[in-house]
Design a protein around this ligand. Structure first.
Ligand SMILES: Cc1cc2nc3c(=O)[nH]c(=O)nc-3n(C[C@H](O)[C@H](O)[C@H](O)COP(=O)(O)O)c2cc1C
Length: 304
């Protein structure tokens, strides 16, 4: 019998649609191995660049009453360091996707090349980080720069290229279309929403960087809207991300048009069992509603 949860992003086959989102537990091979063993269909690494980066001073994370606010500053050991970590992951069934960033299109292409050499099944371009200047959202708000990056990466590697978009733009569909035009294999929507928190006691912004990115339940309706809009604008697969905490959230994203789902903040508020509870919930939902597999519900909310 075929697996009702099986899904695909370009030629990347997943046994279920759930994936670890970039930046949450994606620093080591062992932590990602645990996530796969807990039921995730794929894992995405912390975003990595060519050189090591320390990131910002603390405080880098603030808990709000509706999610997390973070400005880590992309701390990472540099892409080459990750070769050793991959030894934990190479034997496992679920693919490892490398989240990468660069300070120029050439940088992105170079990091992508190294990522594939050390075992990436696909790369996810972080052009959406809301708090590091010259990389991230600044790039992901500029369609022509984004196109150049995607083209360069595509020319460099023969693995799927996923473009992770920022919601902090006027029209996310314009950026998604630019990514598709340049040859992206899939879109991931969304990264965090630019936000801040101020401490009434000190009268100052709490994060050392002042601004950060909001994740978790507060941003789910924004993510669902973005996926819904992008689904009408492009023909490539969409990975939904933002505020998924349970199977109902996951189904909402599938109905909006996502064919896979990334989970980040819910791991901090619950634990890594969230992958199994989400996939079990989707399976029960499909059975209960009489659907054969998740393909039957992807984008169903568009059929009015
Ligand atoms: C602490 C933290 C670190 C993150 N680091 C990255 C990162 O390195 N690269 C990236 O593309 N997204 C990063 N993100 C964003 C997540 O991958 C995800 O897009 C966002 O948190 C929304 O999903 P969620 O609500 O399920 O967490 C980070 C999020 C958090 C909370």
């Amino acid at each position: 019998m075929s697996n009702p949860l099986a899904t695909q992003i370009a030629d990347l086959k997943l046994s279920n649609p759930t994936m670890l989102a970039a930046g949450v537990l994606g620093y080591t091979g062992l932590s990602m191995k645990r996530v796969i063993e807990s039921g995730a269909g794929a894992v995405v690494t912390k975003s990595m660049g060519l050189e090591p980066r320390t990131g910002y001073c603390n405080p880098t994370v603030v808990q709000t009453d509706c999610g997390l606010l973070n400005a880590m500053g992309l701390p990472n050991p540099g892409i080459s360091h990750f070769k050793e970590e991959m030894q934990e992951l190479n034997k496992l069934e679920a693919p490892t996707i490398f989240s990468i960033y660069g300070f120029s299109p050439e940088d992105f292409a170079e990091v992508a090349k190294i990522a594939v050499e050390i075992g990436a099944a696909a790369v996810e371009l972080n052009v959406s980080c809301p708090h590091v200047k010259k990389v991230g959202a600044q790039v992901g708000s500029d369609p022509s720069l984004l196109m150049e990056i995607v083209k360069r990466v595509q020319n460099q590697i023969d693995k799927p290229v996923i473009v992770k978009l920022t919601p902090n733009v006027t029209d996310i569909t314009e950026i998604a279309q630019a990514a598709q035009k340049a040859g992206a294999d899939a879109i991931c929507a969304i990264n965090t929403v630019k936000a801040m928190a101020i401490d009434p006691e000190t009268c100052k912004p709490i994060l050392a960087n002042k601004y950060g990115g909001l994740s978790g339940p507060a941003i789910k309706p924004v993510g669902v809207r973005c996926v819904y809009d992008i689904y009408d604008a492009v023909d490539i697969p969409i990975i939904g991300c933002g505020g998924i905490s349970n199977w109902q959230d996951a189904v909402e994203y599938l109905l909006a048009g996502a064919c896979a789902l990334q989970i980040g903040t819910a791991i901090a508020f619950q634990d890594i069992t969230v992958f199994k509870s989400v996939t079990d919930g989707i399976t029960n939902y499909l059975e209960h509603k009489g659907f054969n597999n998740i393909k039957d519900i992807i984008g169903l909310a568009h059929e009015m």
